[in-house]
Design a binder for this molecule. Structure first.
Ligand code: ADP
Ligand code: MG
Length: 743
């Protein structure tokens, strides 16, 4: 059966054949013609942007130079030159020419043939464009690149310049054939496709890719069907799909490229949002939830006894939660709020609503320390009420545990706080109506799934996931696209800004003097060490040395130190934490275990050692531990004299703002969304081909809004004008296993 050009096997495309087809399949996942035309360039060579080597600034992100190969050198261990050649052939290491009068001898020819590439550590290529020289360095694909970069020939090099040994170099630049005057298909820009050494040595160079793409489009473009309805194209001003495909590969000019990119990115994000929102709609329609119409006397008693008034943001969020709880459908809500924004209060009031409606509530924290702290705070808030609360963790004693299990089962215990000990099979609830999960990313998907099944009568509990990791709204929309999102975007009044500064080891004596002054004023100090290499042993050694130095600098009496780290037993941890929380110890030396949650209002100084090793969000979380009381607070970043450019940027940013969302946005821009702390496990529901969550936030918001608009009119996409959309969403990539049940 003839399936058309789009579906046909890539090996039948002119210029491909079985061998290249196998390479395209294994290296790029391209099996059919349609796969090829949906493989987009990741950048474009712009003829107008070639720089002179002499003008290349060292701090440029990327540059493109067009230069001739002067000399290539194969280096062995210890930077020994194993082989060197220039346009006239082989050269000795001292620069003299072997053979007679520059004519290579038979021995030289043999030498070149018998190079053992497995002993070559590095290929160094000196290039010149007349204005200056530059070195190109390669550690991989040496044999192929050595063969390609023949002295005397000209190439385009694209990469990130850096200074090394007084010369500018580029490590693993991308190499393209030079731009000849009048070459190309008349366009200013040539697409550059993903490539590998295997592809290149198999003959599929950039030039060949461009050629293949040209034939693929010529054959298949007439078959390409529009995927978006006419009204969408009109309302959003998008170019048709065939136009977009033509110009994403062969842009006529910058404008046509921009239009093509916008269309393809919008489509991708729009379909993604449509699929997420549609699932959310289906679920909210189908998933029964326990109706919770009552607020109750305990809620009011707790509310009235608060020593402060709720912020506007807290009130708004509680209203949003209330609306979910009375709806008769299951709540699935993500509550985002920066450290110190007052999420605990919201959790407590929500739990009291559950209790008022004859249900129980559990509040789950990722660590023992945090569960204890929650328990202490929540107990205080509950004092004016008649509701019983208990703490259940791995270190709860057997007798007490038995009592708690009993009270949970007979319903006499209204609220339980704990760690994942809460989801063990032995824990049976009388009627679990609400599960609150703090710092959701530390819980595995399986653990969350267990929560769903905890309710005996089969109706799943309402779920409230709280996170202090400020996920940029654009990313949250996609990662948690089918969850409702509430944001506490307002801090309780009266919080003083935390003064943040960077110092180096040289100023340690001044730092110690400052810490002694603070302690003399009755304040407390955190000193945090990084987890190095993620190996607990190394981490511990680092911490221990720091601890010993701190002990020497702050001797007893009068100074008392507490130490907390991952290798301690729960008991030791609690003992040390308690000493600090109760004010018996003035200094807490720790690894990042205190990162989440811990609340010691009297602590006014956060010292972060080797601050350059921390991620931006982590630094921000740590800083959030201070500035909770009425005293002026400080965050002191002790850093290496010399740090990488990225580290420097992170530290500078942290000093410049306290807004967690601004920091998260910047973090995402610097690192890409995949790396964003706290989201590694969640991953993206659908892989994106052209759009970037980090860079295309504006298009994403637009696509989200428009998807909402489309679904408002036709929630199941059943109307005739939405048939294409419906068909797109039936595609496999939108039907991965149920990622939407993050709770
Ligand atoms: P989060 O869990 O969001 O980091 P917490 O709930 O621990 O923040 O609250 C941080 C501190 O702010 C606590 O000491 C709490 O008592 C206080 N707090 C919470 N809400 C308010 C408010 N509306 N006004 C004043 N203080 C508040
Ligand atoms: Mg908290």
């Amino acid at each position: 059966m003839y399936q058309g050009e789009l579906e046909s096997d890539i090996q039948y495309l002119p210029g491909v054949g079985p061998k290249r087809a196998a390479l395209l399949r294994s290296e790029l996942g391209v099996a059919r013609v349609k796969d090829l035309i949906h493989l987009y360039p990741f950048r474009y060579i712009d003829r107008s942007s070639v720089q002179r080597i002499a003008d290349v600034p060292l701090d440029a992100a990327y540059v493109q130079v067009q230069a001739t190969v002067v000399r290539t050198m194969l280096m062995g261990a210890g930077s020994r030159i194993l082989y060197m050649r220039d346009v006239n052939g082989a050269l000795r290491a001292d620069g003299t020419r072997p053979g007679y009068g520059g004519i290579p001898t038979e021995a030289d020819v043999q030498a070149e043939k018998s190079i053992h590439f497995n002993t070559v550590k590095r290929l160094s290529v000196i290039v010149s464009d007349g204005s200056g020289e530059m070195e190109m360095v390669f550690f991989r694909g040496i044999k192929y690149t050595f063969g390609r970069l023949q002295p005397g020939q000209e190439f385009l090099f694209f990469g990130k310049p850096s200074a090394f040994g007084g010369r500018i170099n580029m490590v693993h630049p991308e190499i393209d054939n030079p731009l000849l005057p009048g070459s190309g298909a008349g366009g200013v820009m040539t697409g550059v496709y993903p490539s590998t050494d295997k592809l290149k040595s198999g003959g599929i160079t950039g030039k060949v890719m461009n050629k293949l793409m040209g034939s693929a489009l010529a054959l298949a473009l007439p078959e390409v069907r529009e995927t978006l309805p006419d009204y969408v194209l009109k309302e959003k001003g998008l170019v048709p799909l065939p136009y977009a495909l033509q110009h994403i590969h062969f842009p006529k000019d910058a404008q046509s490229l921009q239009k093509a990119q916008y269309r393809l990115k919008f489509e991708e994000l729009f379909l993604l949002q449509l699929s997420l929102l549609k699932q959310k709609y289906i679920r909210s329609r189908n998933e029964r939830g326990i109706p919770m119409p009552a607020v109750g006397a305990d809620f009011n008693a707790c509310y009235q006894a608060l020593p402060y008034t709720l912020t506007g943001a807290q009130k708004r969020v509680i209203k949003e939660i209330r609306a979910d709880l009375v709806s008769g459908h299951q709540m699935n809500r993500l509550l985002q709020g920066d450290v110190g924004s007052g999420k605990t209060m919201v959790a407590v009031l929500t739990a009291l609503i559950a209790v008022a409606n004859g249900c129980q509530a559990c509040i789950m924290a990722p660590t023992e320390v945090l569960a204890q702290q929650h328990f202490a705070n929540i107990s205080k808030y509950l004092r004016p009420t008649s509701v019983r609360v208990a703490l259940l963790t791995g270190s709860t004693r057997t007798a007490e545990r038995r009592d708690i299990h009993q009270a949970l089962q007979d319903g006499s215990l209204g609220i339980i706080v704990g760690t994942h000990a809460l989801i063990e099979d032995t824990v049976i609830f009388h009627r679990l109506g609400l599960a609150i999960v703090d710092e959701q990313h530390r819980f595995g998907v399986d653990q969350r799934a267990k929560l769903w099944a905890k309710n005996a009568d089969g109706i799943p509990p309402h779920i409230l996931v709280m996170t202090a990791t400020p996920i940029p709204r654009t990313l949250a929309m996609t990662l948690y696209g089918d969850l409702s999102i509430s944001v506490i975007d307002e801090m309780p009044p009266g919080r003083k800004p935390v003064e943040t500064m960077q110092i180096t080891e040289r100023r340690r004596p001044a730092l110690n003097r400052f810490l002694r002054d603070q302690i003399a004023l009755g304040r407390q100090v955190f000193i945090v060490y990084p987890l190095i290499f993620e190996s607990e042993k190394v981490d511990y050694k680092n911490l221990e040395q720091g601890y010993e130095r701190t002990v020497a600098d702050f001797p007893f009496p009068p100074y008392k130190l507490a130490i907390v780290h991952g290798q301690q037993s729960a008991e030791e941890k609690r003992f040390n934490m308690d000493a600090f929380v109760a004010g018996r110890a003035q200094i807490l030396v720790s690894t990042t275990v205190i990162e989440v949650g811990v609340d010691v209002p009297n602590a006014s100084v956060m010292v972060i050692e080797s601050a350059e090793r921390f991620g931006l969000s982590q630094l921000h979380q740590l800083r959030g531990r201070v500035g909770r009381g009425s005293d002026k607070s400080y965050c002191i970043l002790v850093r290496d004299e010399k740090v990488s450019k990225e580290s420097q940027k992170r530290l500078d940013l942290l000093c410049s703002t306290e807004d967690g969302f601004v920091l998260a946005e910047e973090d995402m821009k610097m690192r890409g969304p995949g790396d964003l702390e706290g989201t590694q496990q969640s991953g993206l529901p659908v892989s994106l081909n052209i759009a970037s969550l980090a860079k295309d936030g504006r298009i994403l918001s637009d696509a989200r809004e428009y998807a909402e608009h489309v679904l408002e009119d036709d929630p199941m996409l059943e109307k005739p004008q939405n048939q294409q959309l419906s068909a797109e969403l039936r595609k496999e990539k939108y039907h991965k296993d149920d990622y939407s049940r993050i709770s």
